[in-house]
Design a protein around this ligand. Sequence first.
Ligand SMILES: CC(C)(COP(=O)(O)OP(=O)(O)OC[C@H]1O[C@@H](n2cnc3c(N)ncnc32)[C@H](O)[C@@H]1OP(=O)(O)O)[C@@H](O)C(=O)NCCC(=O)NCCS
Length: 176
Amino acid sequence: MASMDSVEIRRLAPDQVDAYRSLMLEAYADAPEAFTATVAEREPVPTEFWRARLAEGDSEERVYGAIKGHELVGVAGLRFRNRPKTRHKAWLFGMYVRSEHRSVGLGRALVNAVLDGARSRDGVLLVQLTVSETNDAAIRLYRSCGFQAFGTEPMAIRVEDRFLAKVHMWRPLDRS
Ligand SMILES: CC(C)(COP(=O)(O)OP(=O)(O)OC[C@H]1O[C@@H](n2cnc3c(N)ncnc32)[C@H](O)[C@@H]1OP(=O)(O)O)[C@@H](O)C(=O)NCCC(=O)NCCS
């Protein structure tokens, strides 16, 4: 049975790019309704695309991973904005927990790592995300982490012959 025991949540480093890329390709295949990207679109993309998300230091994008032993079992991305009028907003993206490791708290731990990461940058006041309207598990997870919905985009993505709406959510950051 899956458990949180011996799972570490930490920011991924550039040398973890292969594990990160393959987990995201798994995510797009496993949960096509949850992501805007597709396997066909992202498989040919150069490794540099994925590595840029793992750049070290105070970079615009970063990814937190749940690591059990040597296996990457979950991820969540955090993107900052650099434009002067929008740099108070951060973005949670690319959230995925491998199916056999779900329902033991890894999703919540990854969201909390993203929130801590957002708080660590001066001037960031809130985090936003979008989630498919049909994705009850993710919507419940985000609500339980303090996010609230502020709108729904109709026909946001097309998955085969179905159009899905996306719920836009946000959470102000409590800063001490
Ligand atoms: C959504 C997802 C990340 C949740 O990860 P997880 O590790 O299973 O989540 P957790 O165990 O931390 O659950 C935290 C809370 O989320 C909610 N939740 C998670 N899975 C749920 C499910 N299947 N049904 C209902 N609520 C669920 C619950 O409120 C839960 O809190 P509780 O256990 O105290 O009731 C995971 O199901 C997943 O990767 N799904 C496929 C990809 C995806 O949908 N990504 C999100 C894109 S926006």
